[in-house]
Design a protein around this ligand. Sequence first.
Ligand code: XMP
Length: 517
Amino acid sequence: MQVSEQEKIIVLDFGGQYKQLIARRVRENHVFCEILPYTTSIEKIREMAPKGIILTGGPDSVYAPDALTCSAELFSLGIPVLGICYGAQLMAYLLGGTVSHAPASEYGHTEVIVDDGASPLIGNWEKQTSAWMSHTDYIEKVPEGFHITAHTEVCPAAGMEDVSRNLYAVQFHPEVVHTPEGAKLFHNFVFDICGCAGTWKMDSFVESTVKALRREIGSGKVLCALSGGVDSSVCAVLLSKAVGKQLTCVFVDHGLLRKNEGDEVAAVFGPDGPYELNFVRVNAQEYFYRKLAGVTDPEQKRKIIGSEFINVFEKEAKKIGRVDFLAQGTIYPDVVESGIGKGAVIKSHHNVGGLPEHVDFKEIVEPLRMLFKDEVRRVGLELGIPAKLVYRQPFPGPGLGIRIVGEVTAEKVRIVQEADYIYREELQKAGVDTGSGQFFAALSNMRSVGVMGDSRTYDYAVVLRGVITSDFMTAEAAKIPWNVLQTCMNRIINEVRGVNRVLYDLTSKPPGTIEFE
Ligand code: XMP
């Protein structure tokens, strides 16, 4: 669905690892930016009428026989083009310059000398600065009409441009934080070179998305699976704003949520809350506990939770009858990770339950598919969703099911919910910054001997986990102050029946994972 008629810059993806960062840097300048596969046709680009085009890096050599390439016509559309790394080499190669294997590779921080103080792209950079490099090929000779704007010890043309044709290229990566002058480059490109006005804002996103959703949905009926997580909540509220009573939101409470969470979600999105969502809460706790009884294998538990979630959702959807649209809270990193062009697939994203097979619907609507997580959060605040929900810690779809090692029972869920609640409450009281990680309690499958009030106990061990991570692919245990951990331990042992030991998990990822199963 076309959600924006804003001025935009497009990024053509040649398999670069930093493509998302490029889009971020442009959007930080309040200009909408979209990543498209390198195969996007010239006609499509013309039709989109972007204010600028950025070519990403990529793993190939431009002169290799099967190298990813594009039409040289791209450079004569009259639209400013910025080539980065592979994109720079491709520009040089397609316009008649020479690209070859560099005498030495450059990786990481590299000293860059700016040669052209009048360059519209990097003229206002420090003359001598550091930039992030990652290349084995280099531009040996720039094409006719171009001149060199920067160099490094290895790279004679670390920057080149032809201002008359609005073509710019840099060998380094201005999009990563390790290039301190990078933000200036994007600002220069977006405003001075592409002439953007910078009007992309979250309120304009809400307004234009609501309009687009109305156009797309017409008088159709929409069904949305609401989990209470930030993505599905923002998606549901946007749809409600657009089509009101035509929307039905189904919230399946599988009994594996954090303490009070089901009620909190119902309070905000239910009939007593401020939104018109036709909110249906399905209390399926007992059903899930029955399905999980006796199951100890982690993968089997995940599969049961996922497939039963779909079953319950489908059963509820059937009551509504035929719907025209199924709404999903897919966000941009999900789209990019699923691969947006050939050669760019990193991993296939899957939502916990996958798509329901037996719900009769015509089309999927994904109003957030162009937004990053922090942008989704800003839209959420703009829509008046409480900050507590908008800034909720990420919570996995299978919920506490993967934080209880071994068989899941109602009793174990109670223990982990209460311990987790105390832990998070104490972290908040102590002002521990949990914003860049995940902090939760899990239940080990271990029972051990203890002594309480002169009596022997034989109870469960709760594990507190706190990790700091930027991408959830790697993580380190958080350094929580000792006194905070001690308070948590005291409270959990005293207040949570069935626990006589509290452990703190020091394991990083790898070798551990963030969750327990
Ligand atoms: P792991 O345990 O693999 O988790 O280190 C990495 C991140 O992914 C979340 N996670 C999930 N999220 N469905 C989800 O929606 C799942 O099945 C799932 N498994 C793990 C986890 O909470 C962490 O943020």
